[in-house]
Design a binder for this molecule. Structure first.
Ligand code: GDP
Length: 198
């Protein structure tokens, strides 16, 4: 898929106020600093559609972007950032939980994982929660330029193996990406395109 238009539509913290157009929706979520904003900007070919965060944890809203006039890319807040207060964390969890539970247009969620880090309990728990709640998801490994090809293979195999040993009977789809050198861009966009056309 080629991206011909990408426009910011709205930010809010209430799933009931999200756009009511019946377009398929793809959400991006992960731990703060995982490289989500960079990935979104790389995907849509813009320098700063999503704000790359000098201060992680700052963008605490559900952000809708309309792509090619026929699907929504949703940038969700990063989780697991220590400097967010307990109260903020609670509110955050509630509206994000509601987003996944109530958003009928949501087709697939992409859970971003930094390829340099050991599997993190917070990511594992989140994916398990998605599975229990029947939310389709795929994993996006980010910052692949930081590892050599052999190390990438090892990391991904170990990660998927761990998922299979804990909660999953089947591995979710996954993508290896780098915003620094555009690895994985075409694969991801083609994946979204194939779901949109199915
Ligand atoms: P976010 O908080 O998840 O939105 O993460 P950002 O996109 O703001 O990125 C966090 C940090 O990781 C920044 O310093 C980025 O420059 C860096 N980063 C993001 N993507 C990549 C990547 O693909 N490769 C490398 N080497 N660094 C990256």
């Amino acid at each position: 898929m080629k991206i011909t238009s990408a426009e910011f539509v709205m930010s809010n913290s209430d799933v009931a106020k999200c756009p009511n157009e019946p377009l398929p929706e793809y959400a991006f979520i992960g731990r703060s600093n995982v490289g989500k904003s960079s990935l979104i900007n790389m995907l849509v070919g813009r320098k700063s559609l999503a704000k790359t965060s000098g201060r992680p944890g700052k963008t605490q809203l559900i952000n809708h972007f309309k792509i090619n006039q026929n699907w929504f890319l949703v940038d969700l807040p990063g989780y697991g950032y220590a400097r967010v207060s307990k109260k903020e964390k609670k509110v955050f969890q509630k509206y994000i939980t509601e987003y996944f539970e109530k958003r009928k247009q949501l087709v697939c969620s992409f859970v971003l994982v930094d390829i340099r880090h050991e599997p993190q309990p917070i990511d594992m728990e989140f994916m398990e929660w998605l599975g229990v709640n029947g939310v389709s998801f795929a994993i996006i490994f980010t910052k692949a330029d930081k590892l050599k090809p052999g190390a990438i293979r090892n990391y991904v195999d170990t990660y998927i193996q761990q998922l299979l040993e804990t909660a999953w009977e089947e591995a979710p789809p996954y993508f290896v990406t780098s915003s620094a050198n555009r690895t994985g861009k075409d694969e991801l966009l083609d994946y979204i395109d194939s779901i949109n056309k199915a």
